[in-house]
Design a protein around this ligand. Structure first.
Ligand SMILES: Nc1ncnc2c1ncn2[C@@H]1O[C@H](COP(=O)(O)OP(=O)(O)O)[C@@H](O)[C@H]1O
Ligand SMILES: [Mg+2]
Length: 1010
């Protein structure tokens, strides 16, 4: 893996551990320089990050970059702050423990920038929610506020932190930032009243004057010109081109609004800032008593009153003391206020990542109490680093029985002791001088130091120094040989700054201030307290102790910042300066320990607990001793002997790659296990769900079946009742209607009627009728009668008058012929014509009448009758036939048919005697007599002989004589009846019109017998 990393790296090596000559300082510097010149400002020593201030904006802090580093193995990508931040975050999330990132380096090396970038990284990459957005913004925006009040331009750094800051970012179990807490350390108050040449006061003063709204400045009584304020002009650089105060003011104002500052708070806060500026402008002069009075300005006479009876020097001193006290305490108030807005009220357990950005090691031309404290602080942090890395590491190897050749390193504990040891340390001596009765001065303090720590190897004064060094040390100076180099401190002001006293009457005034913040900062209870407050140095020492304690309880990550040159110049790599830093930061020792040592160690139990899933023998439980379990485990994974060592209680892994490979394997395994767990769990859920559904389905089914069964049962009960009723009805069907049979009978009636409807006869001839059940016979009979009557009526209505006549005739025919005469049956359907008869007579007085047979019957001949009452007879015949144009009266002769299509002629003449004769040619001649009775000539077909016979025998006495007219050869015989009575005799009637075949004469309306 590391091979790949080298390839990935364009310049030098990205981890000093990979340097060939790891003991060579030159090689170390070379690598650093090469990378720096390519803008690769970060390099690792194992897991420690070395950063060189580029003094220019680099394109490596974008959101894309942040995403790139998020969740990636530490060594996978080129070194970066983000890798350190992400590593700490990931370990925190997976192991649920607390971390801190210690950012160290001298002033201007880039610590504050680094801490801000880390904070931004968390703000961007950590999961968050809408509610947590506010927390995130507040965490981010606490920076500009604190920087405005706590940072200033110094010679080393245009944005130098003049206070120490430790910030805890709190995360919930999901890894979302949910709150924060800030600890601040010893703000450099002296800067409020005094700045060295080329330096500025705290940014806020300039920001307010540059950016403050006109109204605000007016209200505060300020002018937009820093030159007007004594506290702002001492450094003679109120304007700095790299700082945009106006812009920064806007940012600070916005930050205030987000961090929960009310308008009142801001009013008070800016009031304090302004009052400090005003204080600075107060000038005193001596009155006649040698007392200080305020030079100009009547309205603040009280100040001189409060301050009197002081001389002018003391008055100035008191003025500055008030300014410092107000500013210093306001800063503390500010930090508390921010903490209030960052606080997470939720009591669930949280993990934290602490960011320590504390003022860096500082060597100025004149170093005072503040530098002493700052450098002491750096000394302590160096000590912490040594304790936690070099020393602890080597001791651990020894303790664990790992073969180890000790690597010498400079342990700065000796310097720490020099400063902080009880009773013997510089701070104790300083406190003693401050507290002791009598005239204690900075010089007496110096003497005390010489007396008590004069023999310490790291302490020198002019008196103690050798000839050569003496020149560079003043009488009022003392020099400490810090781990990072020599620093000469000027003892002047040490006592006063350490005491940090404020005149009681001034305090009283401040306690009663109308400004809320001032009142909060100066509590009345403080006035009553008899106890002497702790000195500044002791307070600082104690706060450092507790900081170290806080840090010791957390997992560390280190960033070592290096300043490449003194001129804030980009690209300039000052070898000498950097070599010095590399040395005092102990980077070479760190590298050597790292190289010789092991990248990773872990207690057997922990190691086994984390990775036991990688080996079947240890998964899921290992019951033997943890060490053995680990041995089995690593054997299974296949660690090579050179990759690890087994200590007494821990396993030591030499190369990160070995651990990463294991971690990767674990990651894969974890996924596998998780998916198995998920599968099991999902299975359970599915099963539970299935069971639930099944139960529900069964219940539903049961219910539904119940419903169906009840329905069925109801139906059956109903059916049984119906059947029973039916049977009962059937049994009782013959009884008169009663409840037992009424329904049955109705049903039978209904059924019969419905059936009958489809079988009703449709015409009068249809005699069929549906057989009724026995109980309905009577009704059925009635119905049938009705039906027939109805049909007949309908039929009768449909009969036309012509048809009626026809039918009447047919009825007569039936009466005459039915069952008697052949052919009757066939004749029924043949309708009778109105008349087939036509009659001819001559115009003479004879009694001859010829009845013409219709021409369609060729077989038959016409009937020739001779009748006495010819007029009567013909008229009656016409009336009978209901036709008047039936009769033709001819002159001379007429033609008639004889039969078989032959015709004969009849000639009429007048003679003396009635006579009818047949000529030889067959012509029939009729002679009219002058007088006599009528005769009736009837012509019958020859086969009508029997009819004729019966007529002759008939006792119809009025037929007087009958003559045979025709010869026998003829098929047709014509007879002449001599009738005594005319045809109209009431007893002689014809019921029907004359027919060519039959001529029936009945008497009294009856058929002639025989
Ligand atoms: N990573 C960086 N990229 C660009 N400029 C930087 C970076 N780190 C520091 N600087 C520059 O160096 C100056 C000093 O950095 P700062 O973090 O304030 O130093 P320190 O806090 O160590 O005193 C910054 O104002 C900035 O101009
Ligand atoms: Mg800083």
């Amino acid at each position: 893996m590391e091979g790949a990393l080298i390839a990935r790296d364009r310049v030098g090596v990205q981890d000093f551990v990979l340097l060939d000559s790891h003991t060579s300082e030159a090689a170390f510097l070379n690598n650093l320089r090469k990378r720096y010149q390519e803008n690769l400002i970060y390099t690792y020593i194992g897991t420690l990050l070395v950063s060189v201030n580029p003094y220019k904006e680099l394109d490596i802090y974008t959101v894309t970059q942040m995403q790139l580093y998020r969740g990636v193995n530490f060594f996978e990508l080129p070194p970066h702050l983000y890798a350190i931040a992400d590593n700490a975050y990931r370990v925190m999330c997976s192991e649920y423990n607390n971390h801190f990132i210690l950012i160290s380096g001298e002033s201007g090396a880039g610590k504050t920038e680094a801490s801000k970038k880390i904070l931004q990284y968390y703000a961007v990459t950590c999961p968050t929610t809408e509610q947590l957005q506010v927390v995130r913004d507040r965490l981010l925006l606490s920076n500009p506020v604190l920087e405005a009040f706590g940072n200033a331009k110094t010679l080393r750094n245009d944005n130098s932190s003049r206070f120490g800051k430790y910030m805890d970012i709190q995360f919930d179990f999901k890894g979302a930032p949910v709150g924060g807490h800030i600890l601040s350390y010893l703000i450099e108050k002296s800067r409020v009243v005094h700045q060295n040449h080329g330096e500025r006061n705290f940014h806020i003063f300039y920001q307010l004057l540059e950016g403050g709204e006109k109204d605000l400045l007016c209200w505060l009584g300020l002018e937009r010109n820093p030159q007007k304020y004594a506290y702002l002009v001492q450094g003679r650089c109120a304007k700095v081109f790299s700082i945009n105060d106006k812009n920064d003011w806007k940012i600070v104002r916005k930050a205030f609004s987000i961090i929960d500052f009310t308008e009142k708070d801001l009013e008070h806060l800016f009031g304090i800032v302004a009052s400090v500026l005003h204080l600075g402008n107060i000038q005193f002069e001596e009155d006649s008593n040698g007392h200080a009075i305020i030079r100009n300005g009547t309205q603040i006479k009280w100040i001189s009153k409060v301050l009197s009876p002081l001389n002018v020097d003391l008055a100035f001193y008191a003025r500055d003391a008030v300014a410092k006290a107000i500013y210093g305490r306001t800063f503390t108030w500010l930090v508390n206020k921010i903490n209030g807005s960052l606080a997470n009220k939720d009591s669930t357990r949280k993990t934290v990542i602490g960011l320590l950005d504390i003022y860096g090691f500082e060597v100025l031309d004149t170093n005072s109490f503040e530098q002493f404290c700052i450098n002491y602080c750096n000394e302590k942090l160096q000590q912490l680093l040594i304790e936690m890395t070099l020393k602890a590491e080597q001791e651990e190897y020894e303790m664990e029985g790992i073969e180890w050749e000790p690597i010498p390193y400079f342990n700065n504990k000796i310097i720490c002791d020099l400063v902080e040891q009880k009773h013997k340390g510089i701070i104790s001596i300083l406190d003693e001088e401050c507290l002791r009765p009598g005239e204690a001065t900075d010089l007496s303090f110096l003497e005390k130091l010489e007396e008590k720590v004069g023999d310490h190897a790291h302490f020198v004064t002019r008196k103690l120094a050798d000839q050569k060094t003496r020149k560079s040390i003043d009488w009022v100076d003392f020099r400490l040989l810090h781990y990072a180099g020599e620093v000469t401190y000027c003892a002047v002001g040490f006592l006063e700054k350490n005491n940090d006293l404020l005149y009681r009457n001034l305090k009283e005034v401040l306690c009663n201030s109308k400004n809320g913040i001032v009142r909060d900062c100066f509590l009345l209870s403080e006035l009553d307290s008899r106890r002497r407050p702790e000195t500044v140095a002791t307070q600082f020492k104690n706060s450092l102790m507790s900081l170290i304690e806080i840090l010791m309880s957390k997992e560390p990550s280190y960033i070592r910042c290096i300043k490449p040159n003194e001129n804030k110049e980009p690209g300039k790599f000052d070898d000498c300066l950097i070599r010095h830093q590399v040395k005092y930061l102990g980077l070479m020792e760190h590298l050597r320990v790292r190289r010789a040592g092991f990248a990773y160690r872990r207690k057997y139990e922990h190691f086994l607990r984390r990775y036991k899933s990688l080996c079947p023998a240890t998964w899921p439980h290992w019951h033997g001793p943890a060490a053995e379990g680990v041995e089995r485990l690593i054997k299974h994974i296949g660690y090579k002997p050179e990759e690890y060592k087994l200590g007494r209680t821990k396993i030591f892994i030499r190369f990160p790659k070995t651990l990463f490979a294991t971690e990767d394997a674990f990651e894969i395994r974890k996924h596998l296990l998780v998916s198995r767990l998920q599968a099991k769990y999902k299975g359970r859920l599915g099963k539970r769900d299935y069971q639930k559904k099944r139960k529900a389905a069964i219940k539903l089914e049961a219910c539904w079946r119940g419903v169906l069964a009840r329905k069925e049962a109801k139906k059956r009960t109903w059916a049984v009742q119906i059947i029973r009723k039916f049977i009962q009805g059937f049994i009782n069907r013959k009884k008169p209607l009663c409840p037992e049979n009424v329904e049955f009978v109705r049903l039978v009636q209904y059924k019969y009627l419905m059936k009958l409807r489809d079988h009703i006869p449709r015409n009068v001839l249809d005699k069929s009728w549906l057989q009724p059940p026995s109980i309905l016979e009577e009704i059925s009979e009635m119905l049938q009668k009705m039906c027939i009557r109805n049909l007949v009526r309908k039929y009768c209505r449909g009969v036309t008058p012509e048809r009626k006549v026809q039918l009447q005739q047919k009825a007569v025919t039936s009466a005459i012929f039915r069952g008697k005469k052949e052919g009757y049956q066939q004749s029924i359907n043949l309708p009778f014509a109105d008349t087939r008869l036509s009659i001819s007579t001559s115009n003479l007085g004879d009694g001859i009448v010829v009845m013409h047979v219709p021409e369609d019957n060729k077989q038959k001949g016409d009937v020739i009758l001779q009748c006495e009452h010819i007029f009567e007879m013909v008229t009656k015949l016409c009336m009978l036939a209901n036709k008047q144009n039936l009769v033709k009266v001819v002159k001379g002769s007429l033609r008639f048919r004889i039969g078989s299509g032959k015709e004969g002629t009849m000639v009429f003449t007048v003679g003396p005697e009635p006579h009818v004769f047949k000529a030889k040619d067959g012509q029939l001649t009729v002679v009219r007599p002058h007088q006599g009775t009528g005769s009736l000539v009837l012509a019958f077909p020859s086969d009508a002989q029997p009819l004729w016979e019966s007529l002759r025998k008939h006792p119809w006495k009025r037929v007087v004589s009958v003559k045979r007219l025709l010869n026998r050869n003829l098929k047709e015989t014509q007879f002449v009846f001599n009738l005594l009575t005319p045809f109209s005799h009431p007893r002689c009637q014809t019921r029907q019109s004359l027919d060519e075949k039959q001529f029936l004469v009945t008497r009294n309306g009856k058929e002639p017998a025989g």
